[in-house]
Each structure stands twice: as structure tokens, then as C-alpha cells.
Write a protein that binds this ligand. Structure first.
Ligand SMILES: Cc1cc2nc3c(=O)[nH]c(=O)nc-3n(C[C@H](O)[C@H](O)[C@H](O)COP(=O)(O)OP(=O)(O)OC[C@H]3O[C@@H](n4cnc5c(N)ncnc54)[C@H](O)[C@@H]3O)c2cc1C
Length: 388
């Protein structure tokens, strides 16, 4: 290992690996530090992702695909199930293998990777970030870098150390809990989303099927709700009503920022990617694909900045992210606020009127139209998604 690098990436999730790979592809020196022993583990994710979202970065491979998805089922509070068929829409992943494979693509591009390296501070030179402090096997160490990319997830501290405003109001955090359970007999090709005050107020409840009759089952509720009634109590309730005898293999809890991207995601010597930058889709809570996009943009720009010997070039990252996805996320956030405030009655009406449409004509567009008939003010925001 060298003592200084052009670029150091903190965190080896999907966003970090893409940042490391796209920077290394520019031929500059890159090191990615990961605090855990294994890249990809522990998994804190429902693991659902669109095919388009991953195949932009990696060739789909059965070894990290747990199930292929081509149906979405939306279940309203009175149990009405509205199903939409897609082509080959997406996957439920095996993230412990997926994340590992992504990190390998970074290594193939020339990035070095060190696990068990816990970053606990930054170095500064004249107020500019100039490297990291980290603990490795009980020893405190440090490394210099021209650019540090923070990919340290939702609990990120690196951006804050660098002086960026990373605070997210608890009202904009979804409190999530999830179990992976076995003996869950649902359709293998279908993602199930449940809505309503009794299952997930201000959010949704999901069943994402995995191979061998297992499934990721969980929910996210808004921070406002989570303060009063825990997400876990909703999950326990659902399981005892629906799958009382299903063994539970894993359980996790975590926050998902359902907000727009942070106002500033770059500064002198520092860039933020993925959950650390709040690059999650606020409507779905999905952050795998968008984090990979954020990471790829940041990595490429960081590499260019080194090659051009112009470090202020990294400040162009904010605008590029905003144009690619940030702007869209702002509109998704407004749509989310409209949809998640629907009453149970409204969800029921939407599902019922959607089901009156012939099966072969049920599309996501028709679902939105049905939702719009119940809440016309959403129209402006939805129109913007396609126009802007
Ligand atoms: C319950 C739940 C369900 C979800 N379901 C989905 C879903 O179905 N689909 C979807 O797209 N998204 C989902 N998400 C969101 C998704 O998991 C994240 O958006 C995604 O993992 C973000 O990727 P990332 O690379 O930014 O961060 P992460 O994947 O969190 O990776 C951050 C990495 O940084 C490391 N790290 C942290 N601090 C340090 C440090 N100081 N030093 C060194 N390393 C450090 C961590 O160990 C970790 O490996 C879900 C989230 C939760 C909580």
C-alpha cells in the first residue's frame, strides 16, 4: 500500500464501488476503505432493483439474482390486489454477492481495496480535505489523498467532518425493519406492496420473494409515525396474522432517507455519493441503482479533476447529479407526499377502479391515471417527471 493516493473512497457499498471503479478507469490511483470484514455483508436491504438500474453497470448474472420479477402487486387496506405485469422488470438480489461483484469491477479497473479499515477522521491542509485517518486491526493510521469520496451510507459522518450540511430531519427518514423468512408461499415473480394505516402509515409494507420460498418482508414508516408506534410492532402484527409459522432467518432495522439530495454534495477535496448524499429515490426508498449512478458520476469527475490537475472541477458534480437524477427526485418527493397522505378509503377506491380495467390494459400509466382521478393536484408533479 502507498501512503498517498489521488482518490480515497470511504465505504464499499454499491455507490462506493462505482465511484472507485469510474475513478480508477481514468488511470489515477484509487483506494477504497471498508470498515467491515467482508464487502457486501451485513446486508441491510430489501434487495429489489430494476433491471435497467443494474445493467447500466454490470451484466446480469444468475449468481447474484435471487428471483426475476415481472409483476407488481399493490394491495389496498381492504385487501384489493391490483396487479401490473411488466416485461423483464427487475430482480431481487443476493446483495452479499452483488456488492462483492461490484467491488471486483472496481478492483479490475485498478482500485485497491482494504477491508476492516474504519475511517474515523479526516486530514485537512489549509482547510481543504487532504486524506483520512483510520483504524486498522487496532492501529491508528492515516493516508493522504487529493480527493476523498464519502460513500459511507445512511449513517455517514465523513461529509459532516468535511463541513458539509448532512443533517436530515427525522420526518424525512423512513424507519425500516425487515426480516428474511422462509416458508413464504407467494408468487416468485411478484413484488408485493401493501398500503394503509394498519400496515404502514406514511410508507408501505413489502414482500420481496427470494429463492427457496424465502422472502424479504418489511416496512418503512415515516419518522413521525415511528416515534409513536414502532415499525417492528407493525411487522410482528403482519407476521402473526399472515405467516405465523414461518421461521425467521435474519432481521434488520435501518433508516432510509426519503428526502431530496443534500443541498451540497461536494466541497474542497470532498464528494458525497449514495445514501451519504441522500441520493435515494424518495418515492420508492430504493437507493441501489441511484447510488450507483451517483457513484459513477462522482468517480468519473474526480478522475478527470486529477488528470486535468484542476481539483475545483469536482464542484461540477452537484450540477451533473442534479441534471441526471436529483431534479427527478425532487418531483418524486412531492408525489410521495401526495400518495402517502392518501386515506385508506382513497387507496381502496384506486385499487378497485384499477381492477375494473381489463387485465391486458393495466399499466403503471393507467394506475397513475386512476390515482389522479382521486387526487388531481398530483397531476402537475407527475407531468413534470416526464416534461422536465
Ligand atoms: C430495510 C431496508 C430496505 C431497503 N430496501 C431496498 C430495496 O429493496 N431496493 C433498493 O434499491 N434500496 C433499498 N434500500 C436502500 C439501500 O440499501 C441503500 O440505498 C444502498 O445500500 C445505498 O448504497 P450505498 O453504497 O450508498 O451505502 P451502503 O450500501 O450502506 O454502503 C456503505 C458502506 O460504507 C461502509 N462504512 C460506513 N462507515 C464507514 C467508515 N467510517 N469507514 C469505512 N467504511 C464505512 C459500510 O460498512 C458499508 O459497507 C433499503 C434500505 C433499508 C434500510
Amino acid at each position: 500500500m502507498k501512503s498517498d493516493y489521488d482518490i480515497i473512497v470511504v465505504g464499499a457499498g454499491p455507490a462506493g464501488s462505482m465511484a472507485a471503479r469510474f475513478a480508477a478507469e481514468k488511470g489515477v490511483s484509487v483506494l477504497m476503505l471498508e470498515k467491515d470484514r467482508d464487502v457486501g455483508y451485513p446486508v441491510r436491504c430489501g434487495e429489489a432493483v430494476s433491471k435497467a438500474g443494474v445493467s447500466e453497470f454490470i451484466e446480469p448474472d444468475e449468481k447474484w439474482i435471487s428471483s426475476h420479477i415481472n409483476n407488481f402487486a399493490l394491495i389496498s387496506p381492504d385487501g384489493t390486489e391490483a396487479t401490473i405485469e411488466f416485461g423483464d422488470a427487475g430482480y431481487v438480489l443476493e446483495r452479499r454477492i452483488f456488492d462483492y461483484e461490484l467491488a471486483k469491477t472496481a478492483a479490475k479497473a485498478g482500485a485497491e481495496i482494504l477491508t476492516r479499515a474504519y475511517v474515523n477522521g479526516l486530514l485537512f491542509e489549509n482547510g481543504v480535505v487532504s486524506g483520512v485517518k483510520y483504524e486498522y486491526r487496532g492501529e491508528q493510521k492515516q493516508l493522504s489523498a487529493k480527493i476523498v469520496i464519502a460513500a459511507d451510507g445512511v449513517e455517514s459522518r465523513v461529509g459532516r467532518w468535511a463541513g458539509l450540511r448532512t443533517f436530515t430531519d427525522f420526518r424525512e427518514m423512513e424507519c425500516c425493519v425487515q426480516i428474511t423468512a422462509s416458508n413464504i408461499n407467494v408468487e416468485k415473480n411478484t413484488l408485493y406492496f401493501y398500503f394503509g394505516q394498519n400496515v404502514a402509515p406514511g410508507g408501505y409494507f413489502w414482500i420481496f420473494p427470494k429463492s427457496n420460498n424465502a422472502a424479504n418482508i418489511g416496512l418503512g414508516v415515516s419518522g413521525m409515525v415511528g416515534k409513536k408506534k414502532s415499525a417492528l410492532s407493525f411487522l410482528n402484527n403482519f407476521m402473526s396474522n399472515n405467516f405465523p409459522d414461518s421461521p425467521i432467518l435474519t432481521s434488520i432495522a435501518g433508516g432510509v432517507p426519503s428526502s431530496i439530495t443534500l443541498e451540497k454534495i461536494s466541497g474542497p477535496g470532498i464528494m458525497l455519493v449514495g445514501d451519504a448524499a441522500r441520493q435515494v429515490n424518495p418515492l420508492s426508498g430504493g437507493g441501489i441503482a441511484s447510488g450507483m449512478i451517483g457513484g459513477s458520476i462522482a468517480g468519473r469527475i474526480a478522475g478527470e479533476a486529477i488528470l486535468r490537475n484542476n481539483l475545483s472541477h469536482i464542484l461540477s458534480y452537484d450540477k451533473e447529479w442534479h441534471n441526471r437524477l436529483g431534479k427527478r427526485h425532487e418531483i418524486f418527493e412531492r408525489i410521495k407526499n401526495g400518495i402517502y397522505n392518501f386515506s385508506d378509503d382513497k387507496f381502496n377506491k384506486i385499487a378497485q377502479s384499477f381492477n375494473s380495467i381489463p387485465k391486458d390494459k393495466r399499466t403503471l400509466g393507467r394506475l397513475f391515471t386512476t390515482a389522479l382521478l382521486n387526487q388531481p393536484s398530483l397531476l402537475v408533479d407527475i407531468a413534470k417527471v416526464f416534461i422536465i
